[in-house]
Design a protein around this ligand. Structure first.
Ligand SMILES: *[C@@H]1O[C@H](CO)[C@@H](O)[C@H](O)[C@H]1NC(C)=O
Ligand SMILES: *[C@@H]1O[C@H](CO)[C@@H](O)[C@H](O)[C@H]1NC(C)=O
Length: 436
């Protein structure tokens, strides 16, 4: 198999609509109609938006923790197990802070589904009506309901993949850290027509953790179950994901305000790039944190400057470009194959993004060499920062999983801030104790 780079083995999930308003030519059509089986479907009042809060844990602090499985390399994705339905069935979902909608491959029946670890989801009978605010949140502003009884959706991701389907309400089985089990009814997408993208992986679906109101965490917050705060701690072999704000001591986290200019994504606003602790002269980078992306992407100009700094740095060191290693666009080999990141740390300098300006103290997001390099199966060191312009990210810069490993990263939608702190992500948080 001859492909230009195998870096597409890394995932890239980020909804495109917010980045590019360009019209997309759909291969798919929304021809599907819910079969009106005799049994009634949606209740007229949407359970997701207007019902009084059935949980009162919002005041009593609580969180929900999901173990994560996977890695950046060689697998190229992380996933969490989420139990949905009655009786609950397990699904492996990709936690994606770059998009809002949670969807699962769905036998409704399926028009086009891809390989999945579990049998396709059998949808509940409870459709989310088109007029539900959760539906509107997923549609363009001029959207007209074709069928008031159902909410059709389509999401497209930056890697070219997409899912088309219909929103249903169904029961999620969740464990709070307080020991209480809750079974909230939440809206999710029954995806019956998927186009795999360039970075496709066999999973059951996507766990949408974006800022929008259809995000699973925003729905849980509306129900009073938890605070609208998401965190993840990725390691080289898993880690964990959590919803809620009681697992960390906020005073130990470096915080920076969430930018309001890009309400669709978790943007930390404008950052300045530092290499080896020194300014590179690159400022005003628009930086988005996206757990759905395995690698980190810089816009072309920044990428070029960064690469030239790295190349300058390794000149005269016992490293050679490994042209035949196509794991990623740029790989270097040493005298002997590298076995782990310790072998190469000395050849590369730390990178950092610095946010905030003026008299306010700056928040630095530091990326040591292990946050931007991987050791390939051939034993070379490969650059895990890629050219975002090449894949249509325009001026956006994405912080992907590779650069968020060994850190607790927190998206606080309540206080509209993004935070991070170094952490050992192979430890699991315990109830009634700060993880950090
Ligand atoms: C919830 O807790 C039960 C044990 O009480 C466990 O069997 C189950 O796997 C947990 N569910 C999740 C999603 O962690
Ligand atoms: C990044 O990609 C763009 C678009 O394909 C290309 O024009 C540019 O030369 C690339 N930059 C680098 C440094 O490779």
């Amino acid at each position: 198999m001859d492909q230009p780079w195998s870096f597409f083995f890394g995932l890239l999930l980020l909804t495109l609509s917010a980045l590019m308003a360009a019209a997309n030519d759909h291969h798919q059509q929304k021809f599907w109609k819910w079969k009106s089986s005799g049994s009634s479907s949606s209740s007229s009042s949407s359970s997701s938006s207007s019902s009084p809060s059935p949980y009162n844990h919002r005041q009593a602090k609580s969180s929900i923790v999901f173990p994560l499985y996977g890695d950046v390399y060689p697998n190229g994705f992380y996933f969490a197990q989420v139990n949905i339905g009655k009786p609950p069935r397990p699904y492996f979902l990709d936690p994606d802070t770059g998009s809002d909608l949670t969807w699962v491959q769905c036998n409704a029946p399926c028009v086009h589904c891809t390989e999945a670890p579990h049998p396709y989801y059998k949808p509940s009978n409870e459709l989310v009506p088109c007029k539900d605010p959760l539906c509107a949140a997923l549609q363009p502003s001029d959207y007209k309901c074709d069928n008031p009884r159902q909410c059709d959706y389509e999401v497209e991701y930056a890697d070219g993949g997409s899912s088309l389907g219909v929103l249903v309400n169904d029961v999620f089985s969740l464990n709070l850290t307080t020991g209480i089990k809750i079974n909230p009814k939440l809206a999710l997408g029954c995806g019956y027509d998927q186009l795999p993208g360039a970075s496709h992986h066999p999973l059951d679906g996507v766990l949408g953790l974006g800022r929008g109101r259809s995000s699973i965490v925003s729905q849980l917050y509306k129900k009073g179950a938890i605070q609208n705060v998401i965190g993840h701690c990725l390691s080289t072999r898993g880690g964990f994901l959590f919803f809620g704000d009681d697992l960390y001591d906020a005073s130990r986290i470096t915080w920076t305000p969430m930018s309001n200019d890009y309400t669709k994504h978790y943007s930390a606003g404008l950052g300045e790039l530092l290499y080896g602790g020194r300014s590179t002269g690159i400022k005003n980078l628009n930086v988005v944190f996206d757990s759905g992306s395995s690698y980190t992407y810089l816009n072309s100009k920044t990428y070029e400057i960064f690469l030239s700094l790295v190349v300058k740095e390794i000149r005269g060191k016992p490293l050679q470009e490994a042209i035949d290693d196509r794991t990623l666009p740029f790989c270097w080999r040493g005298k002997k194959p590298f076995r782990n990141i310790e072998d190469i740390r000395k050849y590369f300098k730390p990178l950092a993004l610095s946010f905030g300006s003026g008299w306010r103290s700056k928040a630095q997001f530091e990326m040591s060499p292990e946050s931007y390099l991987i050791i390939s199966s051939k034993g070379s060191a490969c650059m895990g920062i890629l050219n975002g312009t090449e894949i249509g990210l325009q001026n956006f810069n994405l912080i992907g999983d590779i650069s968020m490993r060994d850190k607790l990263v927190i998206y606080d939608n309540q206080k509209k801030q993004i935070g991070w702190a170094p952490a050992n992500c192979d430890r699991r948080p315990q109830a009634n104790a700060y993880f950090l």
